[in-house]
Design a protein around this ligand. Sequence first.
Ligand code: ADP
Length: 203
Amino acid sequence: MTLVIGLTGGIGSGKTTVANLFADYGIDIIDADIIARDVVAPGSDGLQAIVDRLGHDILLTDGQLNRSKLREAIFNDPELKSWLDGLLHPMIRQQMTRQIQQASSPYCLLVVPLMVENRLQTMADRLLVVDVSETVQIARTTARDQVDEAQVRKILAAQASRSQRLAAADDVIDNNGDSHSLRGDVARLHQHYLLLSEQNSPK
Ligand code: ADP
């Protein structure tokens, strides 16, 4: 099977930017955020189960899941949160596995923002962590999203710490620098992963 490189990092660390650079080399990207949206898309078993439990009020008028309403319901009900995790996490893992099996590039990238938090690094052969200082993380996230520093700090507090992520890493990209040095790091890692994928493939 294709060598699987897990890619993770905190909010605003540069996961998407890094994944796009690997995609430029023709590497297949499996994105947990996209899969997490797909498993509750209109017509999905996931959305049907949520409607069965919470009623049609959990839908927007266009039939999409009302995410902010669901977030609020979960916030006030830990039992609902564990029910939802129990429903959706296996669906997400199954879809990730399917996409890994379908990958056709020499290795593939499994991008999971909460990989360490959800212990999903077991689905990857190696873990690549994109690391930045908190200062850089806050500056880039506030510049990208319509959020202030306090909101970013709240999100940071709910995520794994830098040291927890780094402790799980096999490879680290330091993304405190500019985009030029990032490109160089990705180029070197790409060569490294190509070599590993050759060793990994059946003789
Ligand atoms: P994530 O997917 O981890 O949340 P992004 O890849 O979206 O992070 O990066 C966060 C923001 O920082 C984006 O606006 C991106 O363009 C910018 N960014 C990423 N890496 C760099 C870099 N090395 N130099 C400057 N800006 C960067």
